[in-house]
Design a protein around this ligand. Structure first.
Ligand SMILES: C[S@@+](CC[C@H](N)C(=O)[O-])C[C@H]1O[C@@H](n2cnc3c(N)ncnc32)[C@H](O)[C@@H]1O
Length: 103
């Protein structure tokens, strides 16, 4: 019954968006990390990467590799002077975990 009501209330386009969001979270679980790294790299935001709850390090390694490749792409578009400044402003990577599971 509840589903039938929802089917009439929620517009098709909203359903499509929700489906697409769920798909991207399921198929690309690191999409948020990827978006954040692209943003800070292309906008040359300084700072370190700290991950709280790294567990075995899967998302941490993903973030590290993503940083390396995105920074390379950014560096290619910079002039020699800016490239040097950008290269010397490398983020440091820190991973933390309580190893006690989710609270
Ligand atoms: C789902 S796992 C993270 C998986 C990891 N990000 C990955 O993609 O490989 C969540 C981790 O967060 C840790 N955790 C939960 N609460 C925490 C807290 N308050 N401080 C630090 N680590 C925490 C747990 O011990 C667990 O290892």
């Amino acid at each position: 019954m509840f589903r039938k009501i929802l089917r009439h209330i929620i517009p098709k386009v909203v359903k499509k968006e929700i489906k697409s969001l769920i798909n991207s979270l399921v198929l690309y679980p690191n999409a948020c990390i990827s978006t954040a790294i692209r943003f800070v790299s292309w906008n040359q935001v300084s700072g370190d990467y700290l991950e709280f709850g790294c567990y075995s390090g899967d998302s941490f390694c993903y973030a590290y590799n993503m940083f390396q490749s995105t920074r390379q792409d950014v560096a290619q578009l910079l002039n020699q002077e800016d490239k040097h400044a950008f290269a010397s402003d490398k983020p440091r990577f820190f991973a933390f975990d309580s190893f006690e599971g989710l609270p």
